[in-house]
Design a protein around this ligand. Sequence first.
Ligand code: GDP
Length: 214
Amino acid sequence: MNASSAGELDTQWRVVRADFEQSVTSLSQLPHDQLVEVAFVGRSNAGKSSLLNALCRQRALARVSKTPGRTQAINLFSVKMAQGVGGEQSVIRFADLPGYGYAKVSAQVQRQWTQLLTDYLQSRDTLQLIIVVHDIRREISAEESWFFEFGIAPALVALSKADKVNRSERNAARAKVARALACPADSVIAISSQEFSDPGLAELANAIAHASGA
Ligand code: GDP
């Protein structure tokens, strides 16, 4: 009998509903409820918006493609996750944080974005998990290491655009990133946002549910 056989328990978590809540440009605007939060961070163009859309199975939840110089905000989404069909459910919040390293904006704007991001990470009590979105073809840099050294909340790496490399390159990248960040191999997940059915997206959804206490 294999995992998809009839009668087998479907333990896979998935997002069943996601709604945009609000955009905040200062921490004082953040909601004061106790909903568990999962933060998404990443270098600009890493594929963060595409990942959020794919994970939530919506084509345009988070915008893809940016307007240079625009004020960046923390975008909050209310997310309902469910295990299998008719299984346990959990409502959490995704926080889409400003992308860093955007070459086309001034150093001052870049500093403002980074400040908002670091202030949020350092002070947000409800933060349970940080997901660092990183292009599978790029080397890890100081910024990505910083999220892991931070120690405020557990962090996972979503190695994005995995469809751009072959299977052996994908495995090699996972191992290399885990070594560079001194984190367990299962904290590094290769994903492609091209297809909602990507197995990496399913693995990430499970990891999010478990880290959120589901
Ligand atoms: P963000 O700046 O981190 O939000 O990045 P975006 O989601 O806007 O993606 C940047 C570019 O990478 C866009 O052209 C996307 O279409 C592309 N992209 C994002 N994720 C993937 C992926 O999984 N596979 C491929 N092939 N392209 C992707």
